[in-house]
Write a protein that binds this ligand. Structure first.
Ligand SMILES: Cc1cc2nc3c(=O)[nH]c(=O)nc-3n(C[C@H](O)[C@H](O)[C@H](O)COP(=O)(O)OP(=O)(O)OC[C@H]3O[C@@H](n4cnc5c(N)ncnc54)[C@H](O)[C@@H]3O)c2cc1C
Length: 386
C-alpha cells in the first residue's frame, strides 16, 4: 500500500497492531474458544495500548482519532487470526453514539472504560418480527414518572454476557405506529426484567449471540442517550461505523484465510511443482486478493467521509464497503479452504470453521440484498418493490 492512500501514522498503527495480533494469533483464539472463555487477555492488552479507544475523544481517555484508525485495528487483528468482534459494537457503535450525543455524565461514566477496555457495551436493534425491516421494531419505552419502562424482544445480539450494558434501540409509546422514531437506552446487564438466552449458533467464535427479553425494564431518565426526538439521526451516526467496522472484520478474516492458502500453495507439491504454480490454483487466489484490496479502498473512503463529518456521503460508501468486503471475505475463505484440499476441512488447519464465520459479514448488520436495495433506490433512483 502506498503512503498516498494511507498516512505514515496509519501505517505505523497498522504494523504495531499487526505485531500485537501476531503475538496472540489464531492458536490463542482457538484455545480461548475451546475453553469457553472470552479473549480477555488480548482485549485488555489492546485496551492498555490505546487501540480499543483510538476513535474516542482524548478528553475521555480515547486516542482522538476516528473510524479510520479503529478499522485498522480490527482489520489487523483479524488478519492475524484473532479478530475482536466486540470492537464493532463497543467503541464503534456505542462509543460513537455516546460521544456524539450523550450527556456529559454518560460520557464520563462510559467513555473512559470503553476506551481502555475495562468496560464494554453491546448493541441491540434486531427483533424477531422486524429483521431487516428495522422500521418495524416494537420494543417500546413508556414514561413512568421520571423513569422509563422498556418492553420488547431482541434477537442475535452479540456479547451481551460479556458486556456491562447493552445499548437498546426502542421507540417511544406515542411513536408506536407510523415512521420509526427510535430512541436509545443504556440497559445495564443485570437490570431486573432484562433476561438473555444464548442462541445455539453454528459458529466458532468467542462471542455468543443472545435473544433478549425486556419485561417492563425500569430505567432512570438518564438511561436515555441523547434526544428522544433526534433518535434516527443518532442511530445512523452509529450504524455507519458499524458497517465500516464489519468491512474491516471481513477484510481481516479474508486476508488471514488467503495468507494461509498462499503459504500452503507455495509448499504443497503433488506433481513436479508446488500447487500454487497451477493457474487454476493461483488465479482464484489472485482474484481474492484483488477483491480484498478493492473492498479496503472503499472502506477507507467510507471512513474518511465519516471522520470528516459527512454522515450522508459516508452512508453510501459504508454500505458499499460492507457489501464488497462481505463478498470478498466469502470468496477468499472459500478459495482458501479449496486450496488446502482435504486439509481445508480438518480441524488441525482450522480453516473450515471460517466458512460459516465468513457468511456473517454477508448477513449482518445489514444483508447483501438490503445493500443492493439501498444502492438501487438511493443511488440509482430505481423504484421500490416493498
Ligand atoms: C453472528 C451474528 C451477530 C449479530 N449481532 C448482532 C448484534 O450484536 N446486534 C443486533 O442488533 N443484531 C445482530 N445480528 C443480527 C443481524 O443484524 C440480522 O441477522 C440481519 O440484520 C438480518 O436480519 P434477519 O436475520 O432477521 O433476516 P431477515 O430480515 O429475515 O432476512 C432474511 C433474508 O431475506 C432477505 N431479504 C429481506 N428483506 C428483503 C428485501 N426487501 N429485498 C431482498 N431481500 C430481502 C435478506 O437479505 C436475507 O437474505 C447478528 C447476526 C449474526 C448472524
Amino acid at each position: 500500500m502506498t503512503s498516498v492512500i494511507e498516512s505514515e501514522e496509519h501505517r505505523a498503527l497498522r504494523s504495531a497492531v499487526a505485531a500485537l495480533g501476531g503475538r496472540y494469533g489464531r492458536d490463542y483464539l482457538t484455545r480461548t474458544i475451546a475453553d469457553g472463555r472470552h479473549p480477555t487477555e488480548l482485549w485488555s492488552e489492546a485496551g492498555a495500548l490505546g487501540y480499543l479507544g483510538v476513535n474516542l475523544p482524548e478528553e475521555y481517555g480515547g486516542g482522538g482519532g476516528g473510524i479510520a484508525e479503529l478499522s485498522i485495528v480490527l482489520e489487523e487483528l483479524g488478519a492475524a487470526g484473532s479478530p475482536l468482534l466486540m470492537l464493532v459494537v463497543s467503541p464503534a457503535i456505542c462509543g460513537t453514539v455516546i460521544s456524539r450525543f450523550g450527556t456529559h455524565e454518560q460520557k464520563r461514566a462510559w467513555l473512559p472504560g470503553l476506551a481502555d477496555g475495562t468496560r464494554t457495551m453491546a448493541f441491540g436493534i434486531t427483533e424477531p418480527d422486524a429483521g431487516s425491516n428495522s422500521h418495524r421494531i416494537t420494543t417500546t419505552a413508556r414514561r413512568d414518572g421520571a423513569d422509563w419502562l422498556l418492553t420488547g424482544r431482541k434477537v442475535f445480539v452479540s456479547g451481551v454476557d460479556q458486556a456491562d450494558a447493552t445499548l437498546i434501540v426502542g421507540r417511544t409509546e406515542d411513536a408506536r405506529t407510523g415512521t420509526l422514531k427510535p430512541c436509545l437506552f443504556i440497559v445495564p446487564r443485570d437490570t431486573e426484567g432484562f433476561s438473555r438466552h444464548p442462541i445455539d449458533m453454528e459458529l466458532t467464535a468467542a462471542e455468543k449471540q443472545f435473544e433478549l427479553v425486556l419485561d417492563d425494564v425500569r430505567l432512570p431518565a438518564q438511561a436515555l442517550v441523547g434526544d428522544e426526538d433526534a433518535g434516527l439521526l443518532q442511530l445512523f451516526a452509529g450504524l455507519n461505523p458499524e458497517r465500516i467496522m464489519t468491512a474491516a472484520f471481513a477484510i481481516g478474516m479474508g486476508r488471514y484465510a488467503l495468507a494461509r492458502a498462499v503459504a500452503y500453495a507455495r509448499e504443497r507439491t503433488v506433481w513436479k511443482s508446488p500447487i500454487g504454480a497451477h493457474q487454476a490454483v493461483a488465479h482464484p487466489l489472485a482474484q481474492a486478493h484483488i477483491s480484498l484490496e478493492l473492498a479496503r479502498l472503499m472502506m477507507q473512503k467510507a471512513a474518511r467521509l465519516y471522520d470528516a463529518g459527512d454522515d450522508a456521503g459516508a452512508g453510501e460508501a459504508a454500505n458499499m464497503a460492507k457489501y464488497a468486503a462481505g463478498e470478498a471475505c466469502v470468496q477468499a475463505v472459500d478459495q482458501a479452504v479449496h486450496t488446502l484440499g482435504g486439509n481445508g476441512l480438518t480441524r488441525e488447519f482450522g480453516l473450515a470453521s471460517l466458512v460459516t464465520a465468513a457468511r456473517v459479514a454477508r448477513i449482518a448488520p445489514v444483508s447483501r440484498e438490503m445493500i443492493l436495495n439501498y444502492v438501487s433506490h438511493q443511488t440509482l433512483g430505481l423504484p421500490k418493490s416493498y
